[in-house]
Design a protein. Structure first.
Length: 114
C-alpha cells in the first residue's frame, strides 16, 4: 500500500527511486478555556425549509470539545442538532436558553446575536 496515488495528488513526478512522499500533518487547534471563548448565539432560517435553528458560532478548539459542548446543549434543551465545522446547531429557537446555559457552564463572553 506504499503506492496509494490519492495521497500524492498535486505532487510533481520524481525520478529519484528512493523518494518517499510525506504527508503534512494537520495540527488541530487547542481548545481555549471557557472564560476566553467568544461565542455568539444567533438564529438561522436559510436553506432550512422555513424552520428555525439556533446557531452557536465562534468556538475555538478541538472537534471533540465542540461535540461535547453541543451534546450538553442539546440534552439541556431537549432537542436535536449537530456540532461540526466550528458551530453548533440546535433545532428550534432557543437563543435565550442557550445563552443562559452557556453562562452557567462558564462561558461569560457568550452573547445573543440576531
Amino acid at each position: 500500500m506504499d503506492n496509494d496515488w490519492k495521497k500524492r495528488l498535486g505532487v510533481v513526478f520524481s525520478t529519484n527511486p528512493d523518494f518517499q512522499y510525506q504527508e503534512a500533518a494537520v495540527a488541530e487547534q487547542e481548545t481555549l478555556p471557557p472564560s476566553k471563548q467568544k461565542l455568539i448565539v444567533g438564529i438561522d432560517r436559510r436553506n432550512r425549509g422555513g424552520k428555525q435553528v439556533t446557531l452557536v458560532t465562534g468556538f475555538v478548539g478541538t472537534d471533540a470539545d465542540l461535540k461535547e459542548l453541543g451534546r450538553t446543549l442539546k440534552v439541556k434543551c431537549g432537542v436535536g442538532g449537530t456540532a461540526k465545522d466550528g458551530e453548533i446547531t440546535i433545532q428550534g429557537d432557543f437563543r435565550d436558553k442557550v445563552t443562559s446555559l452557556l453562562h452557567s457552564l462558564g462561558y461569560p463572553l457568550a452573547k445573543r446575536g440576531n
